[in-house]
Design a binder for this molecule. Sequence first.
Ligand code: GUN
Ligand code: ZN
Length: 493
Amino acid sequence: MRECFELRDGDALGRIGELTVPRAGRTVETPALLPVINPNIRTVSPARLEAEFGAEMLITNAYIIRGTDDLRERALAEGLHDMLDFSGAIVTDSGSFQLAEYGDIDVTTEEILEFQHAIGSDVATPVDVPTPPDATRETAEADLETTEQALADAETVETGEMLVNAPIQGSTNLDLREAAARHADATDLDVFPVGAVVPLMNDYRYADVVDIVAAAKRGLGADAPVHLFGAGHPMMFALAVAMGCDLFDSAAYAIYARDDRYLTVHGTKHLADLEYFPCECPICTEWTPAGIRAESDAERERLLAEHNLHVSFGEMRRIKQAIRAGNLLELVETRARNHPAMLDGYRALLDHADQLERADPASKGSFFYCSAESARRPEVRRHQDRLDRLETPDSLLLTEGASPSADQFDATWRVLPPFGPAPRALSETYPLTAELPDRLDDAAYEAAARGVARLVETHPETDVTLSHDDWPASALALVPPGVTLDALHERAD
Ligand code: GUN
Ligand code: ZN
């Protein structure tokens, strides 16, 4: 059992957790957003991030500090917390990103870990190799070997109470990601960042990010805290949390502000294109876009960075509340409507419905059917898996409503889109109490028909009649031939 991470609540693969950071003498609630502090540039001071935005943890770069004379001397003399004026937990990165950018860095894992320990880092990072997406298998394997050696080197360093990251690489090779995660999980390192996803996110390849996180999660224990390295756009936080990511770091708030870009949970807007601010944060309440455009470069950057932080922290709170309320997937679905690439990400998540189902709580507050994708949610999968274990009589009527011929059968069950058949005793329990629109899409009926097929397949001795109210042909085509069909109301067309 990993001691530094405790789970408090969950929804899909998302969870509210408590990460114990012994060196900082505190715990951090997850999912958490770590603002990136460039030690050379202070867009918003760490003290303000803590006091005004509620940042419990931040991340900075030990490689840059080590390579800059005055920063190095100050960090060694005062310690990181005093140097940055931040009393929360501090994660440090190792220079791996610089390695990926420039191809070479002048420090080993042992040296950079010792340095991170010396400056008082709370969570340190070895020198992993961030293999870019779409690398050949040979490259990804060779790089991964180097990363795994770095993890082994990290285990030999005397790190005391400091937690150490075990980054998971493997490029877009999903089996390598899973193997890398299994390997990382078997080390005595503490936190598990999924690395080298920044290029994928910059290209809006959210479905690939989902597949990579799913692969990493398969190799990790449920109690492993997972950091999605470099993920800082609030548009994708809900999706990534639902896949089981616990920590995020945002350089985006500052980098985007520098380019006059304004973050929203629906995507990025350019300041030049805004006449009104679609946001309730203190900056957007006090200012207008024209007013901010008239400010100096530095002031404009600060104001936009503060707005970007407000929306990012606000989205994290919304996600945590959604986990508590059991409607995280409804939130993911809402976010998926904002951009086709997000819809791809959500559809990729639903491709992993089996994996999600194993973590998803058995009972939640509500199930709102809000789009055709809802028919593929893990709760539907779980109900249909449960059909295999239910006992059925010799003759069974599945019906959507009252049927005049019900007394000719040994038993009558409900058939509920998108779930399928359900004994009466279950039909008033979660998730069968789902709220559905009256104008239901074909996907809901098709999912119900798959449930009927599943029941027939696993109970071949039962004679099944389906009394349905006007199902579309695409759903009826999925009902096995042995089932007697009985339309309650014939279609008018
Ligand atoms: N920051 C963003 N991506 C990465 C990564 O893959 N490794 C490290 N060490 N830092 C990162
Ligand atoms: Zn705002």
